[in-house]
Design a protein around this ligand. Sequence first.
Ligand code: SF4
Length: 354
Amino acid sequence: MEQSLDGGVSLSALFSWFAATRRPLPWREEPTAYRVLVSEIMLQQTQAARVIPFFCRWMDLFPNPHCLAAASEDTVIKAWEGLGYYSRARALHRIAQIIVAHHEGRIPNDQKALIALPGIGPYTAGAIRAFAFHERAAAVDANVSRVITRLIHPMTREAAASIVEQLLPQEQPWTTMEALIELGALVCKTTPLCSSCPLADQCRALASKTQEIRYAKNVIPKTSLWRDVAIFLSQGTALVTRRSGKQVMSGLYEFPYFDTTPQGSAASTLINALQPRIPSQLSFIASLCETSHSFTRFHATLYPTIIGVEEPFAWPDGKWIPIEMLRDLPFSSGHKRVLEAWLTTFLPCNALRA
Ligand code: SF4
C-alpha cells in the first residue's frame, strides 16, 4: 500500500511498522460502534494503558447501550470512579439514553448525527466511522495533528484533518488512520523518539532539528487549592455531600471541606470555626495524613480531620450514610483517598495540627 503526504512522504514504512507494533487493545479486537464509542470517550484525557481495566469492567457492567441507558447515574459514576473527568461518564450515559430513545439503540454512522450527541466532537465521530463502520473518515486528535505538523509543516488541527482526509486510501482507510494514531501515541510523542520512527528519513522537522519548535504545546499551569476536610461521625454514620447540577464533580460524593492555608488548619482551629454552625457538641477524634489530587486545571491538597458529633445535623446537600455503606458510593478521587486512608489504615498523624 503506497500513499504520499504533501506529494513527498511515503507511508509504506509506517504500515510495516504498524503491522509489527500494533497494540492488541481490547476495543481494537472487536470494534463494534458501542465499544469504539466507549473507548474513545475514555481515551479523551487518559492514556490507553490506564483505560484498559476501566474499559473491560465497563463492558462487563454495561455490555450494550440498552444496559447503560437503564442504569442509574450513581451506578454509572461509580463505574467511572478513578478515571477522572466525570463529565465523560455523564455524556456516555446520556448518549446511550438518546440512541435508545431515538436511534433504536444503534449508534449512527453519520457525521452530523454523531456530532449532535453529547461529548462527541469531530475526532470521536471520525474514529467511530473509521474503526466501527470502516468508512474513509479522518480522526485527527492531538497526536495525529502533532505528527502531521512535524512531518510537513506547522498547521491547525483542521488543516491536518484535511491533509489526512486526502491521504486516506480507498482500501482499508482505517488502517492508515490507526497507524498514524499509533505513531503519535507511541513514537512521535511530545518528546519524540525519532530514532525509532519509521518516517524519520522523510520528516522535515527532524531534518531541520525543529521538532520542538514545530510543535509548541500550550502548557496551562494548574491552580493550587488547599482544603480542610471534615469527616463528621455520629451514631455509626458519616456526613457526605453530593455535588449536583453542572459543577465539575457533579454526581460525586465528598466530605464537607473548607478553603484553608497551604499548611492546613490546626484541628482545634477547624473545630472552633465549625462549632457555631452546628447545634451539637463537636469533639476531635484524629487527623489523617494530608493527600492531594488533580482535576481539570486544579491541584488540591486535602487536610482531613475526623470529628465526633453527638447528633446528626442538617447540612447543605448533605446525607448521613452508615459507615459500612460509604464504599458503595462514587467519591471524587481525592476524597476517595481520604476515605480509604480512614477506613483501611486510620493512621492519625501530624499531632501538631491537633
Ligand atoms: S522523525 Fe521524529 S518528529 Fe518526525 S515524525 Fe518521526 S518521531 Fe515525529
